[in-house]
Write a protein that binds this ligand. Structure first.
Ligand SMILES: [Ca+2]
Length: 174
């Protein structure tokens, strides 16, 4: 995690220095500069502005993803209903990486295997978009799958091993 944060800081500083050289920072706040260099949220509002999503430029384990989003005052994305699903699908189409990219979202059954909840809450998942045969709690190299990844092009879910490194989507409700 420290390595992740260190590399983030270095990238931010490099970006900021480049910007400093190119721009005398006229009329810009420090926040403006940090946002431009992706050190702070480059969130885009969705539809009526009720949600903001962010894909950090680095990947991470599910645990790092939770920590990163919380550090940004956000949460790892939750898909509570078909409207959330539609909003995120549209946002990923415009702002995501590869169409078939997989992202961590907040779902997990770490507390009680078989009972999937959102993030660090006790809120059980009700709306579900599991891919065929999932969740299957498969065991990969001795580790059981407990964390939910989302495939952008199908918007279908798979339980996967939480220590795998993936891109992830942070969310903030306004
Ligand atoms: Ca699985």
């Amino acid at each position: 995690m420290m390595e992740f944060l260190s590399s983030l800081l270095v990238l931010c500083l490099i970006g900021t220095l480049k910007l400093t050289a190119a721009d005398p920072l006229r009329n810009q706040t420090v926040r403006d500069i940090l946002v431009k260099n992706m050190c702070l949220c480059r969130c885009e509002a969705v539809n009526d502005g009720s949600k903001n999503y962010l894909i950090p430029f680095d990947d991470g384990t599910w645990f790092e993803a939770i920590s990163y989003c919380n550090g940004m005052g956000m949460t790892l994305a939750q898909i509570r209903d078909r409207y959330d699903n539609q909003d995120l699908e549209e946002w990923l189409r415009d702002n995501g990486d590869e169409p078939s990219e997989r992202y961590w979202i907040g779902g997990n059954d770490l507390a009680k295997p078989g009972i999937f909840r959102w993030g660090l809450t006790n809120k059980e998942i009700t709306y579900k978009k599991w891919a065929s045969g999932e969740p299957n709690a498969a065991v990969m190299r001795g580790e059981t799958e407990h964390c939910v990844e989302l495939r952008a092009d199908t918007m279908q879910w798979n339980d996967s091993v939480c220590t795998k490194r993936l891109k992830f989507v942070c969310e903030r409700l306004n």
